[in-house]
Design a protein around this ligand. Structure first.
Ligand code: SF4
Length: 670
């Protein structure tokens, strides 16, 4: 274990000279970035660089914050030479600065007045600590079920807190839950908790249900791996996806597959690759031929043959599988077939660490958690930390449940902003944002090289704001370790030392993730016969694919730079389907799933295959502040008065229809 030896930059002389020149010219804006340093063009003062980790998404990029003499955050950039992102930073990472200086950021706790959902009044931190302590004690004395719904990945710390308190509780850590969904599939497919693509040396890359140029687990590393493989090895990239994604659009070939038919495609590729004379078991491949595979998957046979040729001549194949596959009922079968395909064409996946107890984590799905609250005969004390279940699939029914005092007798929210869920809380406690916090961020940047990046505070939190878990610990009089102490202890346990501000802030650890070339790989006997899966029958309906976008997500819609770039969420529909339904570009269309419905504007295009419509997540907030709603207003931030996107609306919330990746919907002109 060692700190990663980042390329040290000989930038100081250049920075000084260039900075002084620019300052003298004074011709451009306020700042110049010169080889990793910033200098103010108005004052000539250098801005102090401090390295940390970005926590806006799980990629864990190394970022450098520039801070002025008064301790204000001036800007952020990527760290050159960092193993995850090598100097790059995305729009979301940059927008972390918006959250800091957000005019609607809660700087003090707020308590509900006149009942939940009516309004709040700001209170002092001491008053919030004693109110939270009282709420926790009352709930414990009443024998309440404690329910924690959190966007952090600290379920064991929450569990420890519940144990110390001596109460029964349920903990839903949403990031860990998502990891567990993948781990459970892979555990059943391979006997290993999580398997990921090994792109080193790849000459053919297939992508199923993933969009690594835009998002998903380890996507930065995967995107870099793909680019490296194409540049160094001339690797060919084939993307099976019903949407022409960011990755598909940059591939050698986009194969627009019908959603839910990946197993047939994988089996067919296997059959053509390993059994050109049709000698292998009919039991597996029965009925699978050029015609049926086209009818079933919608991918032309000649395109499939092209992939087979690439696999055959590849020498080394790598297959990236994403949540579009993990979310399917056939996920285990697909994973096995793709692993066998990969191995049959000279590739091998690697095994990574993940939750071992995936099943118990999955027992507490978001739906089940709130179902338990609805059915509970006991009072429920709810703590939400940055989560927003009403927006994210819960809808009006959950809002009613949270608003009424019958089931949820107390709701404490830890969040820096008011949202669709915590507007019904008794108390909202703002907490330190990632750039004000300590943390340790794991990521994989190459198959065998997991990395940890140190997240250190680069800005001072407002006076009344602390780490959310530290707040709850103080309020309840429990003794879980404070956040900073937990991080320092973890680093000490791993035999590292905390780097100084000027040193590389990441660590390589070759022991954290066991890697194997062949353990538990499936054989032919593990394949499920093709005939066991029915053709997806659409009954005149469309498959709605709900996807993530890089620029926006559910908790960033109030970041002004992002909202300005991305504020519409049109329903992508193929031009042939639109013509049949009489839908024109920009028309209002109704999308119905069971008793849920939304109205979106149509984006008529060729970027989705016929029979499929697509929407992104993260838009259409109803109560997440004025920036997300596109409303201009007068505040200390002069940009707030310049908001213009409200006249185009703020998109639709796909979560109002579903939390799933793909569902069947009816689409009509509204
Ligand atoms: S990819 Fe994720 S971790 Fe990296 S800068 Fe963007 S938001 Fe931050």
């Amino acid at each position: 274990m060692r700190t990663v030896d980042l390329e040290r930059r000989g930038f100081i002389k250049l920075g000084l000279a260039a900075g002084a020149g620019l300052a003298a010219s004074g011709a451009l804006g306020a700042l110049a970035q010169v080889s990793g340093r910033h200098v103010s063009r108005t004052t000539s003062n250098f801005h102090r660089p401090i390295d940390t980790a970005c926590r806006i998404c799980p990629a864990g990029c190394g970022i450098r914050a520039f801070v002025d003499g008064a301790g204000n955050l001036v800007t952020l950039s990527g760290i050159s030479g960092h193993p995850i992102n090598d100097g790059k930073i995305c729009a979301r990472g940059m927008a972390a600065i918006n959250l800091h200086y957000h005019p609607e950021r809660l700087l003090d706790p707020v308590a509900a007045v006149n009942g939940r959902g009516v309004g709040f009044t700001a209170i002092r931190n001491e008053a919030a600590l004693s109110q939270a302590g009282r709420m926790i004690r009352d709930a414990k004395n009443a024998g309440a079920l404690f329910v924690i719904d959190t966007e952090d990945d600290e379920p064991s710390t929450w569990r420890q807190w519940l144990d110390q308190l001596g109460v029964e509780g349920l903990v839903l850590s949403r990031p860990v839950y998502e990891r567990a969904r993948r781990c459970k599939v892979d555990f059943e497919a391979f006997g290993q908790p999580y398997v990921h693509a090994n792109l080193d040396g790849a000459r053919t890359i297939l992508v199923f249900g993933a969009n690594p140029f835009e998002g998903g687990p380890y996507y930065i590393a995967q995107a870099r791996g793909i680019v490296d493989a194409r540049v160094k090895n001339g690797a060919k990239l084939f993307v099976f996806d019903s949407r022409n994604t960011n990755t598909a659009g940059r591939a050698d070939r986009w194969l627009p597959i019908r959603p839910g038919t990946e197993y047939a495609a994988a089996l067919y590729l296997l059959k053509r690759l390993a059994d050109p004379r049709n000698e292998l078991s009919d039991a597996i491949f029965a009925g699978l031929n050029d015609e049926t595979v086209f009818e079933y998957t919608g991918v032309k046979p000649e395109r499939m043959h092209e992939v087979v040729e690439a696999l055959r001549s590849s020498g080394r194949t790598s297959i990236i599988v994403g949540d579009g596959v993990f979310s399917q009922d056939q996920a285990i079968a697909i994973r096995r077939a793709l692993a066998l395909l990969e191995r049959s064409s000279g590739g091998y996946p690697v095994f990574a660490q993940g939750p071992q107890d995936a099943s118990s984590i999955l027992d507490i799905s978001p739906d089940r958690l709130y179902g338990r609250i609805a059915d509970s005969s006991r009072p429920v004390f709810l703590i939400t930390r940055r989560s927003n279940p009403v927006y994210d699939g819960g809808g009006p029914a959950l809002a009613m449940l949270l608003r009424g005092p019958d089931k949820v007798t107390g709701h404490l929210s830890i969040c820096s902003f008011v949202n669709e869920t915590n507007q019904y809380a008794d108390l909202i406690v703002p907490e330190a944002l990632p750039l004000e916090e300590w943390g340790l961020v794991p990521a994989i940047y190459r198959s065998e090289s997991p990395t940890w990046t140190l997240q250190r505070p680069v800005a001072k939190a407002p006076a009344a704001v602390m780490n959310g878990l530290d707040f709850i610990n103080t309020a309840a009089g429990t003794s879980i370790l404070a956040n900073e102490r937990r991080v320092r202890d973890r680093i000490a346990e791993m035999d590292w030392s905390i780097p100084t501000e000027g040193e590389a802030n990441c660590f390589e650890n070759h022991t954290a993730y066991p890697v194997s070339q062949d353990a538990s790989m499936p054989g032919w006997e593990d394949l499920t016969p093709f005939s066991e899966f029915e053709s997806p029958h659409q009954d005149g309906r469309f498959a709605l694919v709900v996807h993530d976008s890089n620029v926006m997500n559910a908790s960033l819609a109030n970041a002004k730079w992002l909202a300005e770039i991305a504020h519409r969420n049109a329903l992508a529909i193929h031009v042939d389907d639109a013509t049949k339904l009489g839908i024109k570009q920009g028309d209002a269309v109704r999308v119905v799933h069971g008793d849920r419905r939304i109205v979106a504007s149509a984006f008529v295009c060729q970027s989705v295959r016929p029979g499929v419509v697509a929407l992104a997540r993260g838009y259409g907030h109803e109560n997440y502040g004025k920036i997300a709603a596109g409303k201009r207003w007068r505040t200390d931030d002069p940009d707030a008065w310049l908001i213009w996107w409200g006249e185009y609306g703020n998109g639709v919330n796909a979560g109002a229809l579903t939390r799933e990746k793909t569902i069947a919907v009816k689409v009509t002109k509204a």
